[in-house]
Design a protein around this ligand. Structure first.
Ligand SMILES: *Cc1c(COP(=O)(O)O)cnc(C)c1O
Length: 457
């Protein structure tokens, strides 16, 4: 066992250091250019609330590898469970000779997801693969083809999920043609909607588009992130999701919640849809589910899930035994360590501090989020016009000061905070201090922005 990782921010070299620079040169020569990186540093170890790079720099982690290491990197129960499993067997293929851990993960998902109706689950490898399967299942159940997704949506990078995803650059541009029978409806985006537009009114606006442009009789599924991830951590107005779900129920349309990013304790509930009192027909999970091992799932009403014929769902690796062992350990860790409650505590550290910053800085247009999924939307002062250059400059400056922070948003103007739930309050506060400093400095030296454009995304 390596020694425990010091929970500290520590810079031993400039960022990136010489070893990372050398590896980045090898990456450029060996890895396809389409695979970008947020930061120019290479990881060596990670755990708790830090990522340590190959030069010995220790970064405070506000990204969790994009909401994956929710229980922390190499969390003790996950390490132990995977080690035990890797010695027993690594793969038999669940579709050939099944194993108990897959069934146990399905049972846990059926129990943990909202609603006390009878449920079934199926396991896959990636979030995109699970979203695709949710659509397959909804089509098999309804005998209909059309699917509705929303403005600002992100559902993945495969062909069908590119079609569901809203943003052209970088996700879709040049990669068409896209899957047919995918339609887009307007979202509830309180910061950018007309002032006072209620959630119910925003839902009526979306439903009107769906009824006029698609027709309920043709519609298999509505796919929505209860809190949008890549699109900008958009929390819909109260009433939006319930009205949409009620319309789906009344029209025999499968309501699919893509909780790949917002699920699994991230927002201070096991699933984000619980905040809105919505019980989805199908719920898609991935990212935080298995502590970094590749696993995803579709869980939902038994009569819908069982509509696909035997052999119609699956895949060689789906529900791999190492990933299932990890998922069971993640679920135990969230439960035993009370991480749902911890996510609420993290919100109570993040939001007041960010709102205080907002009060003194007219470039901060909006602060929003739930639990450990919180965002800052940056705009040109006195307007709601997005400021992606400032956003990128702040993120890059934070990286150089030892804080991993990600950006997102259709307009590229959102800083998103996704710390692991294993992070300490002290590290969180220190990271917020760094963000406050770089924001203050960027206000003093706006020209420095243009110098800070070397990393991708
Ligand atoms: C990341 C993400 C996906 C895609 O997951 P992958 O594992 O990258 O395929 C789908 N939906 C949402 C909401 C996501 O955040």
């Amino acid at each position: 066992m390596p020694p425990p990782l010091e929970q500290q921010r520590l810079l031993t070299t400039a960022v990136p250091g010489p070893r990372s620079e050398a590896l980045m040169a090898r990456k450029s020569a060996a890895v396809a250019a389409g695979v970008g990186t947020t930061m120019p540093v290479f990881a060596e170890r990670a755990g708790g609330g830090v990522v340590v790079d190959v030069d010995g720099n220790s970064f405070i982690d506000l990204g969790s590898g994009i909401a994956v290491a929710t229980v922390g990197n190499s969390a003790p129960r996950v390490v132990e469970a995977v080690q035990r499993q890797v010695e027993a067997f690594t793969h038999t293929c669940f579709m050939v000779t099944p194993y108990e851990s897959y069934v146990a993960v399905a049972e846990a998902l059926n129990r943990l997801t909202p609603g006390d109706h009878e449920k079934r689950s199926a396991l896959f490898n990636s979030g995109a693969e699970a979203v695709e399967n949710a659509v397959k299942i909804a089509r098999a159940h309804t005998g209909r083809q059309a699917v509705v997704a929303f403005d600002h949506a992100y559902h993945g990078r495969t062909n069908l999920t590119m079609a569901l995803t809203a943003k052209s650059m970088p996700y879709k541009s040049g990669f068409g043609p896209f899957a047919p029978e995918v339609y887009r409806a307007p979202l509830s985006y309180p910061y950018r909607d007309d002032a006072g537009l209620s959630g119910e009114a925003a839902a009526a606006r979306a439903i009107d588009v769906i009824e006029k442009q698609v027709g309920a009789a043709n519609l298999a599924a509505v796919v929505i992130e209860p809190i949008q991830g890549e699109g900008g951590f958009i929390v819909p107005a109260d009433g939006f999701l319930p009205a949409l779900a009620a319309w789906c129920r009344a029209n025999g349309v499968v309501f699919v919640a893509d909780e790949v990013q917002c699920g699994f304790a991230r927002t201070g509930a096991w699933f984000a849809c619980e905040h809105f009192g919505v019980v989805p027909d199908l719920i898609v999970t991935a990212k935080g589910i298995a502590g970094g091992l590749p696993l995803s799932a579709v869980t939902g009403r038994a009569e819908i899930m069982d509509a696909a014929h035997a052999g119609g769902l699956g895949g060689t690796y789906g529900g791999n035994p190492l990933a299932c062992a990890a998922a069971l350990a993640v679920i135990e860790t969230i439960t035993e360590d009370r991480l749902v409650e911890r996510a609420v505590e993290i919100e109570q550290v993040l939001l007041p501090r960010l709102r205080a910053l907002q009060a003194g800085d007219d470039r901060i247009g909006d602060v929003r989020g739930l639990g450990a999924m919180v965002a800052v939307e940056l705009v040109h002062p006195g307007s709601t016009e997005p400021d992606p250059e400032l956003t990128k400059a702040v993120a890059t400056a934070a990286h150089r000061r030892g804080v991993v922070v990600l950006t997102c948003g259709t307009y590229g103007n959102v800083l998103r905070l996704l710390p692991p739930l294993a992070i300490s309050d002290a590290l969180l506060t220190e990271a917020l201090d760094v963000l406050a400093d770089v924001l203050a400095e960027s206000a003093e030296q706006p020209v420095a922005r243009v110098l800070d454009l070397e990393t991708t995304s």
